[in-house]
Write a protein that binds this ligand. Structure first.
Ligand SMILES: Nc1ncnc2c1ncn2[C@@H]1O[C@H](COP(=O)(O)OP(=O)(O)OP(=O)(O)O)[C@@H](O)[C@H]1O
Length: 324
């Protein structure tokens, strides 16, 4: 079932060129340039999807999130989430969404964590019963009972991220935007974050839209990937589709018994050869296992290991293509 439907969404920024004296600039007609941050964007998201939204710096990810969250107005295009438009039904829409920006906080710096949650309870107009239930559930999941009465300024980054998650999910939103949520946190907290997001997604069917430069987030969480470049969708599909469409030749590292000659299958290419060690490449997706077997059968192999495609390499390759 389609939950988010985005059609031909565009957003430009007008950036004025700065010219020397800022006071005199007030009286002059200044030159400006238009930045097409988001161009004619169209995509659908199903209910309960965890969408990874990635792209190089400046591709338009944050602008898209701000548009979809109703924080920015588009220049043209439409977006329907459930049955609401983020801009037209702004007040009701806010109740349906949660937004967590890795660089910004929903918690009040000088107050104990729990005070910020109480404030959010009032903002979202939660009943005391719902508030107590969801808060207890989230606090248990993230194991942060002992942090509730600590002032936010005393929290470590990892503790703060866990507390931000509670703030984001407290009103049980149907859709959550996570913008660079794991920036700067260690691997242990990151794992805890992934586990939490997966659990909530499964328990409540929350749709999650996540922008990140951390591919661990994508691998651990996302069932779909949108890649954006210069404000336009470059790829839209599953990770499986990404691996098929952007397959990079896989390598097989082979060590042969010293002094033996080799016999290789026809469909491999030798890319390195040094003494009894070879590196060969496989150009056809899905053939690596079969080729390893053939090499072992026909040669005096001491050691052999294939190097399968990694998402990091595929994404790097895509970003390099984008620059051309
Ligand atoms: N408020 C703004 N005023 C002018 N230009 C902006 C503004 N916000 C973003 N831009 C420009 O719009 C383009 C898209 O920016 P955006 O922040 O959406 O990209 P991003 O993909 O989130 O980048 P990053 O990964 O670096 O955070 C960039 O060229 C950026 O410089």
């Amino acid at each position: 079932m389609t939950f988010i439907s985005v059609r031909n969404l565009s957003k430009d920024y007008k950036v004025y060129k700065s010219e020397g004296n800022t006071f005199l600039n007030l009286f002059k007609k200044r030159d400006y340039k238009i930045i097409h941050a988001v161009k004619n964007l169209s995509f659908d998201v199903k209910k309960g999807d965890i969408i990874g939204y990635i792209g190089p710096n400046g591709a338009g990810k944050s602008t898209t999130i701000k548009l979809l969250a109703g924080i920015l107005y588009p220049d043209s295009g439409t977006c329907i989430v459930g049955e609401k438009s983020p801009w037209v039904d702004r007040k009701k829409y806010v109740r349906d969404i949660g937004v967590m920006f890795g660089q910004r906080s929903q918690l009040t710096w000088d107050l104990p964590v729990k005070d910020s949650y109480d404030l959010l309870r009032d903002i979202y107009n939660l009943t005391e019963e719902d508030y107590i239930r969801t808060l207890a559930n989230l606090v248990k999941k993230l194991n942060l009972e002992e942090l509730l009465h600590v002032p936010v300024r005393q929290l470590s980054l990892g503790q703060k991220v866990r507390c931000e998650l509670v703030a984001t999910f407290l009103h049980e939103p149907k859709l959550v935007f996570l913008d660079e949520p794991t920036i700067g946190i260690d691997i242990e907290i990151k794992r805890e974050f992934h586990k939490f997001v997966k659990e909530i997604n499964q328990e409540l069917g929350t749709t999650i839209f996540i922008t990140t430069h951390d591919l661990d987030d994508i691998k651990s969480l996302c069932n779909r990937l949108l890649i954006i470049n210069k404000g336009e969708i470059f790829f839209n599909g599953t990770l499986e589709k990404l691996f098929t469409e952007f397959y990079i030749e896989e390598k097989i590292f082979v060590e042969l018994l010293t002094g033996t000659t080799y016999r290789l299958p026809e469909n491999v290419k030798i890319i390195e050869e040094e003494g009894n060690r070879l590196v060969v490449s496989v150009s056809e997706k899905g053939m690596t296992g079969k080729i390893v077997k053939e090499i072992v059968q026909n040669n005096a192999v001491v050691n052999i290991y294939p190097e399968q495609n990694k998402i990091e390499d595929i994404i790097l390759n895509i970003y390099a293509q984008m620059k051309k």
